[in-house]
Design a protein around this ligand. Structure first.
Ligand code: SAM
Length: 632
């Protein structure tokens, strides 16, 4: 449970340079009036020896920077600017994790960053992905830059213990306002967490040389020095975690700490649905070649509907930081937004979640969501927005969208490091060098060090130790859109949305949900079921549907665990085999975030979800493992 997020309250102070943001909550400036950018470069970048350390990264190295207090993102942008100048062209990557209790609103962030024209193109990219004020972690990926950023929204004391990383943070920016204005951020429990996430060779820099900071670090065996501060400031803090045999050495010639990943490895992904495509994309974006194997064409299974509706079923705000549907939905929107110029993977439509007898919306529990996520609409507003005769009130989800699976598959399969092969993989065979794939027509002549199984219900055939996934049949219907079709997608237990096919407006509506049925034949009764769901909301529209014989449809089988969460992670008893399966009917919302988690676990990176959520998704869970504790 997390408290809802309050955004930063800012006062603006005129300055010859531009406007300087001042926190009303803490009574302190976000960056120095003299020259915040130069101070950041001096204190945090030089203070952690980042120009040299980043320039020396080896092929496929992954370097992690941690920060307390994201604020205006100036430190992040300065780091990005440095990264552009020094990064070697060798698939090395830079990741930053940061925590922020009072995020700036998008408008305030835009205003604060306007003062740095030299950072303008990076600021624009940051703003394009800047998350809404919802507690939990939000991963922003700048793939072209080999750069990623996790913004944890919430109090550092709550967020830091939830961070799980497979590798140490190598450099820390201990920012946050001065200890005198903000003692909470410098308490020992925060430093304990910072040290938990660090290791020998980790460095720490801060503008503050307050006793509490120095003593706190020293108590953990960290060596503290106080070189000259920025401008007229006498001192700053520069510290490092020494090798055990150099404990009292004040010399900062520490060993350069980097995390060396496995160098290019052979990776096979089995299954070219949304799970397999997302895993392949996550790894290819990290510079790893991936071969996808599928018995049929991409999206032949449950991911192949003409459009998918991206609209979360919201949870009360206090649970949002662990809510895979909401966090995954936001990740999906960010993942594909980078392609909006060239492709139309995402059509930003907005959507109405209708309040019906069967699909009741607990408005009182959702009332404090930021309006950019959800707003309560009266029946009149719902009618006006949808341009229909709706009689129900609703939640307006401004960022709901339609996703085009074919466009998505085209992008993934066009990636130069992704290749698609037709083969029905029937078994995984372990050899000394890795895994070989048995197929219906014999064993493939290739060995893979890592295999990711994304074959929904069939995953258990390749990985017998996985828990059982249940089949759920779902049929979707679509036909030429009658006059009066809703202007925006509607969800009501079922859902409907307009989309264009060959230049013609179609109305898509669905979907049936039949447990323990694994047949994919098109059925009249499923069409009728979908029409009945629609008729409950919009009887006139349902009556205006064209003759059923003209409808198109698609039935597919979703695989689902009893807890409705996907299986993500290492497959027990098969070293080097991983799984992403059981996405149910939320594949497009779950897949990118789950693929990021899988890639992080596989390559030894920082997790993009909390330790608790990652644990809930583990592939080793089953009927008997419900009470297991989290292992860090
Ligand atoms: N690094 C920032 C930048 O580049 O703009 C400046 C950081 S500002 C000096 C300090 C930040 O720490 C503020 O944004 C403040 O809201 C945040 N902060 C203060 N106390 C916090 C806490 N307990 N948990 C998380 N963030 C906190």
């Amino acid at each position: 449970m997390h408290n809802p997020i309050h955004t930063a309250e800012i006062d603006w102070q005129a300055d010859p340079l531009g406007e300087i943001p001042i926190s009303r909550q803490f009574g302190d400036v976000y960056f120095s009036r003299a020259n915040g950018l130069a101070e950041t470069q001096h204190v945090f970048l030089q203070g952690n020896d980042l120009p040299q350390r980043l320039a020396q990264l080896g092929a496929y190295d992954y370097f992690v920077v941690g920060e307390t207090g994201f604020g205006t993102g100036l430190n992040f942008l300065a780091l990005w600017q440095l990264w552009r100048h020094v990064r070697p062209d060798n698939h090395s990557r830079l990741h930053m994790l940061t925590v922020e209790k009072y995020p700036l609103t998008r408008e305030d962030l835009c205003r604060a960053l306007a003062i740095w024209p030299e950072l303008a193109d990076m600021s624009a990219q940051l703003l394009a992905q800047y998350p809404p004020p919802l507690s939990g972690v939000h991963r922003l990926i700048f793939a072209e830059e080999r750069l990623s950023l996790d913004i944890w929204l919430g109090d550092a004391a709550e967020c830091l213990p939830n961070i799980r990383s497979e590798c140490p943070v190598q450099a820390w920016f201990l920012d946050g306002f001065a200890p005198a204005c903000n003692p909470e951020l410098w308490q020992s429990q925060i430093l304990d967490q910072i040290v938990r996430l660090s290791d020998v060779g980790t460095t720490f820099a801060s503008f503050s040389v307050a006793g509490v900071v120095k003593q706190g670090l020293r108590a953990h065996g960290i060596t503290v020095t106080r070189p000259k501060g920025f401008g007229r400031k006498r001192e700053m803090l520069k510290a490092y975690w020494p090798q055990p045999n150099t404990l009292n050495n004040d010399d900062l010639k520490h060993s350069i700490s980097t995390h060396t990943n496995t160098k290019p490895i052979q990776i096979a992904v089995i299954g070219a649905g949304i799970a397999g495509l997302s895993c392949a994309y996550a790894l290819a974006q990290r510079g790893y070649p991936v071969k996808i194997f599928d018995q049929s064409t991409p999206l032949a299974g449950a991911s192949g509907n003409p459009r998918a509706l991206l609209m979360p079923k919201l949870t009360p705000l206090s649970h949002v930081s662990e809510h895979l549907h909401t966090l995954g939905w936001l990740s999906t929107l960010r993942w594909w937004s980078a392609w909006q110029q060239q492709h139309s993977v995402i059509e930003a439509t907005g959507g109405l979640s209708l309040n019906t007898a069967k699909h009741q919306i607990e408005f009182n529990k959702l009332a404090n969501y930021p309006t950019e996520i959800a707003q309560a609409y009266s029946a009149t507003q719902s009618r006006q927005t949808s341009n229909t005769a709706l009689t129900t009130d609703a939640l307006w989800i401004e960022q709901a969208a339609l996703l085009n699976p074919v466009e998505l598959a085209n992008i993934v399969l066009a990636h130069p490091l992704v290749s698609l092969h037709t083969a029905q993989v029937t078994q995984l065979q372990q050899s000394a060098a890795g895994w070989q794939l048995d197929t219906a027509t014999g064993c493939l002549d290739a060995t893979f060090q890592q295999v990711i199984v994304c074959t929904a219900l069939a995953s258990q055939q390749l990985c017998p130790s996985l828990p059982r996934l249940n089949p759920i049949r779902g049929q979707l219907s679509w036909c030429i859109a009658p006059a009066g079709s809703p202007a925006v997608p509607l969800s009501y237990g079922g859902y409907c949305a307009q989309f264009a096919q060959d230049g013609q407006p179609q109305l898509l509506f669905g979907a049936s949900f039949i447990r323990q049925d694994d047949q994919t034949d098109l059925r009249i009764e499923d069409h009728q079921h979908n029409a009945t769901l629609l008729a409950d909301m919009l009887p006139d529209l349902a009556a205006a549907l064209p003759d059923l014989a003209t409808w198109q449809g698609r039935a597919s089988i979703r695989a689902q665990m009893r807890d409705y969460l996907p299986l993500v992670g290492a497959v027990p008893e098969q070293d080097g085999v991983w799984v992403l399966a059981g996405l149910g009917s939320k594949g497009f919302a779950f897949a990118p975030l789950c693929a990021e988690l899988l890639a992080a676990q596989m390559l030894g990176e920082v997790w993009p979800v909390s330790a608790a959520l990652g644990h809930k998704l583990r592939a080793s869970r089953g009927e008997h493992s419900k009470n297991q504790t989290i292992k860090h």
